[in-house]
Design a protein around this ligand. Sequence first.
Ligand code: CP3
Length: 354
Amino acid sequence: MKKLKNDTLIRSLLRQPTPYTPVWLMRQAGRYLPEYNLTRKKAGSFLALAKSPALATEVTLQPLNRFNLDAAILFSDILTVPDAMGLGLYFVEGEGPRFERPLRDAAAVAKIVPPDPYGELRYVTDAVSEIRKALDGSVPLIGFAGSPYTLACYMVEGGASADFRTIKSMLYSEPALLHRILEINARSVTDYLNAQIQAGAQAVMIFDTWGGNLSHAAYAEFSLAYIQRIVSELRREYDGARIPSIVFTKGGGTWLEAIAQTGCDAVGLDWTTDIGKARKQIGDRVALQGNLDPAVLHSPTDVIRTQVANVLKSYGPGSGHVFNLGHGIVPSTRPESVQTLVDAVHEFSAPLHA
Ligand code: CP3
């Protein structure tokens, strides 16, 4: 194991002391960066970009070349897993992801199996190794996957959805069928994340983007139970280092206690949660990641600085906070605003770690 030059992210996720609060941003590589758009054009499409380890490495590093970020996140997508199951992922300009063959009945579900992370998903593990080499120990690399329920939303709906009518009909009318999909997804994500760890991911994050659309009872049964299963089977150590895990349920603010009980090291918060209150609730057991409203980045510099200071102040002094947005950066964000945010986090947080 080679020692990291900047290990503030890993230390914060493990609630160990750091000189300042580390920061990275969901979707830190993406369409708000002109250099990303150039590389994407060169690749021909988002999927071609994600499936080329060399180009995925290039765009992973782009935000780090501009900003003083404390972590890199693998450039890929959560939908690589159902794509590898043969569902036929494609993107419609301006409308987001779609599947050619969504899962609508038992016959379709019977045909899917967990993909081999070193087979159909080899381009991902190869990208992880290549990015680790390129980072050369500067900052840690975060690997990620979608939660079984969030993946199922896309697999069953066949794409983005306004009301999630198809998956919710399955959930209430054919729960056993949805459970079968979730079991396959949980197995797939566990193997996928462990393969990313083996390839060099130094922390892993589970994105449960749609868990927040479930009822209280359904969240526990159809989303969190499977996240818990994954967390319990993740490699906690690799190559002599602890590999922290982060669980993020967007809209999960009322379930923080339950999320913390999965055994994860950190809980991601969206911007609707009061991070100070969350710390009082679960901060003695897990680190917290978040949670600035991404819309703040459309404000003038002084407003961004004030809003960053408010999040830091709300969490308060001491370790265990990883600064992030409450969800991904939107494409209309000015890169200069990200610079302002990153610098403000470092500047304002240092006194909180004295
Ligand atoms: O954070 C990063 O910088 C790493 C890369 C990353 C992407 N997708 C790249 C991407 C990560 C971590 C994801 C996760 C992801 N993908 C999630 C969970 C996180 C979240 O945002 O809630 C979800 C739900 C997806 C599915 C997905 N992929 C959608 C809905 C879309 C279209 C939305 C959009 O912004 O157009 C994608 C495409 C996608 N994934 C893009 C990027 C940079 C945009 C593709 C493009 O260049 O056109």
